[in-house]
Design a protein around this ligand. Structure first.
Ligand SMILES: [Fe+2]
Length: 380
């Protein structure tokens, strides 16, 4: 019998090649009169994006987003929105522009600082309103276009903080796989591995449900079959389209299930060594399969489906580890961090911070500090 569950996705999803052409209609439908485009200086040079922005009436552009957006950047964007009387945000980008826009959407026209809305803030302010967001992903991985999370690096502590609210879920996600064609192979791999991590972690999260499991399982199948194709032939539209769909499915699952140790540890690796987010989370996934407890039943569901076979939970976990090894070999990507000089004191700090990360509490097996430290050590 199925367990009870809830599912909420208020985002209008417009998926398909050339779907970006419908941008104007959505801006009008949302009643946005002064749209602020949020993006970065690289993306704004891409002809397809440039062309889409040129079609937006009365547009003002903020193109100063950097990877792993900081609290200062979000405050700068808040001020920019206010100075230009923005009443809606149109975001072109991967996770960084979308997360920056979500933060600014909450802060605009309030006297508050971003820190007051962090999930970790002692007297966290309630989020009562946010400007509408239209998200146009240019990568296939983050899932931020359908999620209620914004991840921001605090300028003072260098910790990855989050803001969570149903009100910051984009009103519209325009997912046009053609916009991902220009992604270089390294970004294709890292963002694709982010989607893989979202799906795997959703599947074993303590708050998984039957609907998110279907999304996660299909996302993993699509990623195993298409990520390397998208890497070696960026113009393979079928592979790009399948990866965009996989990222959407994994993002919807992640928005409900949050993450587990992959993101709890991966976020520390990104803060400490600037390892791309998706890669940082993905290198944990194989060892994380040793700590799935009773959620091993979902790994069995996954592998039985992928292989059209009937496995014990132990066999399924072992086969999934083999599939991850195979994928990393295909991607010519190391599943360790031996290229980084990880020092004991850094591992100590990352362990402490990972233990406090919101995703850690959703891991199906409660991990001791020593185990997490050993997991970091195993990447050396
Ligand atoms: Fe992620």
């Amino acid at each position: 019998m199925l367990d009870s569950f809830e599912f909420y996705c208020p985002t209008k999803i417009e998926f398909g090649q050339h779907s970006v052409d419908k941008m104007k209609d959505y801006i009008e439908a949302l009643g946005i009169k002064n749209p602020i485009v949020v993006t970065d200086k690289v993306l704004i040079q891409i002809p397809a994006i440039k062309e889409a922005i040129e079609k937006i009436k009365n547009v003002t552009i903020f193109d100063e987003v950097l990877p792993n957006p900081t609290s200062d950047l979000v405050m700068k964007l808040k001020k920019f929105v206010e100075d230009h009387k923005g009443d809606g945000l149109v975001v072109f980008g991967g996770g960084s522009p979308i997360d920056s826009a979500k933060g600014a959407a909450v802060l605009a026209y309030t006297p508050h600082d971003v820190k007051e809305y962090y999930d970790s803030a002692e007297n966290k302010l309630p989020i009562k309103q946010a400007l509408p967001i239209i998200a146009v992903p240019t990568t296939a991985g983050t899932g931020s276009e359908v999620s209620k999370y914004s991840v921001i690096t605090d300028e003072e502590t260098n910790l990855k903080e989050s803001i969570t609210s149903d009100l910051i879920i984009p009103k519209v996600a325009i997912i046009d796989p053609l916009l991902t064609v220009g992604m270089p192979p390294s970004v294709t791999v890292s963002t694709g591995l982010d989607a893989l991590s979202h799906a795997l972690e959703s599947l074993v999260s303590t708050i998984e449900n039957p609907l998110t499991n279907i999304m996660a399982i299909h996302a993993i199948e699509l990623i195993l079959d298409n990520l390397n194709l998208a890497r070696i032939d960026g113009e393979n539209i079928k592979a790009r389209s399948n990866m965009s769909f996989a990222a959407l499915l994994a993002g919807m699952a992640m928005s409900h299930c949050c993450g587990t140790i992959g993101h709890a540890m991966g976020c520390q690796l990104t803060s400490q060594y600037s390892i791309p987010h998706g890669l940082a989370c993905a290198v944990i996934q194989k060892n994380a399969l040793d700590y799935v407890g009773d959620k091993g039943k979902n790994i069995k569901l996954l592998v039985d489906y992928l292989d059209k076979s009937d496995n014990t939970i132990g066999e399924a976990i072992s086969k999934m580890k083999d599939k991850l090894d195979k994928l990393f070999i295909q991607l010519e990507t190391k599943m360790d961090l031996s290229d980084y000089d990880m020092k004991s004191e850094e591992i100590e700090k990352m362990t402490k911070d990972a233990m406090q990360h919101g995703c850690m509490g959703l891991n199906p097996v409660k991990l001791e500090k020593e185990t997490v430290k050993d997991l970091f050590e195993s990447l050396k």
